[in-house]
Write a protein that binds this ligand. Sequence first.
Ligand SMILES: [Mn+2]
Length: 349
Amino acid sequence: MTLIACLHTEAILRLDALIEGSRSVTVAAHTHPDGDALGSVSALVCYLRQRRGKDAVAVLSDSPAPSVRTIIPDGAPFLFQDREPEECLARIAGSDLLFLLDCNGFSRTEGLQEAFEASPAPKVLIDHHLNPEREGFTLVFSTPEISSASELLHWILRELPDIGGNVRKFPPETARALLTGMTTDTNNFANSVYPSTFRMASDLLEAGVDRDAVLSALYNQYRENRVRAMGFLQYEDMRITPEGLAYMIATRAVRERFDLEDGETEGLVNVPLSIERVKMSILLKEETDHYRVSIRSKKGWSAQRVAAERFHGGGHENASGGKLFWPGDIPAPEDAAAYLERISRECLS
Ligand SMILES: [Mn+2]
């Protein structure tokens, strides 16, 4: 569905009525929240509280990595299941309107899934991934032809009657969080950028969002260890197959050596794509019984297909993710490289 079709008047008015009729609203996003998840959730929570006077709270399955934590505006109410499990479930059960942003179904909220599915409250999905699970939602706004969930949310909010197309009416926290979320998902205007993306950015800058402050918070506040780990992985660890798959494996040993925190390898998977002969880049991060997998590809090669067929995952055509389990998919963590070499031969030649 195109963005224009997604924003048809009937859906917007239904959304407005759902918000109007609600009192206690919960806004959620996918597990391991990235910048787009945190940006879109923050933006919607601030809008619902400040413009609509709702008791709106964000609920996420796990607390964000340090590199994206600053996206949450000061004072915005967020609950994390890994810190406050009881509060999260009670909050969902007690809400009369639920939003799910930046993911294509409840299954991507991990520990929150059951509570969402059990709730009789109306549910609204706002997402830009492929193959949305429409079942179970009262209202679905979904298009893959857009930069980010933050951008889609921005177009939806500005159509609502109280905003009436004027983004100056967004609370400042909402405007800033939307620009931030879009900036992270496009890798600062490098990929998945559409004409609508520039229009959004242009309007938000005109409305007073400080882009320099957004960029500084996102890209100039890393820890030294993170930059050194990136260098190590690119220099010592990266392999490139004859077919053009570049891969890096952030093992537990590497993560310990550099004291890498969750989320600090964000962005690294994009780097090998700058090499001429590389078609696809895969980054593995070792967890207890699986690797978390990030995949990026150049045009003409489907990261989405590899994620779906080989890593139980999915996402976007050129940017996807998934998991690689042992002993399910490979006998042991040491066998990951061989698994990747086989994918290279089978999918890229
Ligand atoms: Mn996204």
